[in-house]
Design a protein around this ligand. Structure first.
Ligand code: PHE
Length: 379
């Protein structure tokens, strides 16, 4: 009797263990976990809010249409606060604790440059929606992006300044501690010079400063026709204000970092006569764009910016690759990503051998506090 009781208890214990194992497996088997990263707080918080929303909209649509490989998609979105150290921390957490199969992130090139080596090390494919600095995808073969790169963006800005604005003398101001703004200023400088223009001042400012008067005083003394500001919107707003206060009335030109509803809130009328290169315009008449604008507006009650569009696109690109891979095996996802051929909101995506898409840019003007579409420029 005693022996039977022991056998019974032993059997029950075994069943319990098996049950626990199976319940664990079952949880894993019913969903595919994707990581998302963006600066939801900090220096450029509208960037992270927009990208988070873009990712959420894409995942919601895929789940409504039956999920991915027969499973529900779970998005775990992390805030990197616009800080590379924080980016590295959340990257490691997503991979080692949350066991994500892929990461859609992050926004700022300096933060993607901190996350990319971790993705590469653990072989977890990543696609940055918006990091335009060329070095990001150079980290390795698991790193992709959904946006054009800064040599192109700088070229478009320089040509616009030289050909459309007829500028012959340009000055640059940039954040010395930010790979994106420094790189973009250099690409602008090189192209503008190649076109026959002169760079009359090339001024770095420290990260986190709010007083740009020393740099701007030098710049204005050099009498440029145009000032190229390759910063993010919060710095751009302040630089524009201070440049106007110091008496500069000419055009201001910049890059995608200008794109935020907060630019005009910070810069006010100082950002009028401002132009920037971007990835997307809400006024693009293509049906895929208008449909996206409508869906985004219905869900979030506001017009999407380029960051929202690119994050939506990056998520589509990643989910499409996993679907074509037919598996969450990282090697297979990477291969499927490289073979991408998909039409998304910001255009038709195929990757070159460096895992960068070849895409057109748009030029946006700030007029009466609104972003006004000017032109599309093909590579
Ligand atoms: N291109 C910027 C970077 O690499 C990020 C960005 C993209 C910001 C698009 C705004 C809009 O850091």
């Amino acid at each position: 009797m005693k022996r039977n009781l022991r056998i019974l208890l032993f059997t029950l214990a075994i069943l319990l263990v098996i049950g626990l194992i199976f319940s664990g497996c079952k949880k894993e088997a019913t969903e595919i976990v994707i990581g998302g990263v963006g600066p939801v707080s900090g220096e450029a918080a509208t960037f992270g809010q927009s990208t988070k929303e873009g990712c959420e909209l894409a995942v919601e649509e895929w789940n409504a249409a039956g999920g991915l490989l027969g499973k529900n998609i779970k998005l775990i979105y992390q805030d990197d606060k616009g800080d590379p150290t924080e980016a590295a921390t959340v990257w490691t957490k997503l991979i080692t604790q949350d066991k994500v199969v892929a990461i859609v992130g992050t926004v700022m090139s300096k933060c993607s440059l901190a996350g990319a080596p971790i993705s590469q090390q653990y072989k977890v494919p990543m696609i940055s929606p918006t990091s335009t600095n060329p070095k990001v995808t150079e980290v390795g073969d698991y790193i992709f992006r959904a946006c054009f790169i800064d040599p192109f963006q700088g070229t478009v800005g320089a040509k616009f300044a030289y050909e459309n604005l007829k500028a012959r003398k340009a000055a640059c101001i940039f954040d010395v501690g930010n790979d994106y703004t420094k790189g973009l200023a250099e690409f602008f400088r090189d192209k503008f010079t190649e076109l026959g223009g002169t760079i009359v001042a090339f001024e770095a400012h420290p990260t986190g400063t709010t007083d740009f008067k020393a740099q701007l005083t030098k710049i204005i003394a050099a009498k440029p026709d145009v000032i190229y500001i390759s910063d993010y919107y919060n710095d751009v707003g302040l630089i524009a204000k201070q440049a106007r206060e110091l008496g500069f009335n000419g055009p201001l030109v910049g890059g995608d970092g200008w794109d935020s509803p907060d630019l005009v809130k910070i810069g006010g009328t100082a950002v009028e006569n401002g132009y920037f290169t971007n990835h997307f315009s809400k006024d693009d008449p293509r049906p895929i764009v208008q449909e996206f604008v409508k869906k985004y507006q219905a869900k979030f009650g506001k017009v999407p910016d380029a960051l929202a569009a690119l994050a939506y696109d990056a998520m589509q690109i990643m989910l499409d690759a996993i679907k074509r891979a037919g598996s969450t095996d990282p090697e297979k996802i990477k291969k499927a990503l490289a073979e991408t051929n998909i039409n998304v909101v910001s255009g038709l995506i195929t990757f070159d051998k460096n895992r960068n898409p070849i895409k057109s840019a748009v030029i946006i003007a700030i007029k009466n506090g609104q972003q006004v579409y000017q032109a599309t420029v093909n590579p």
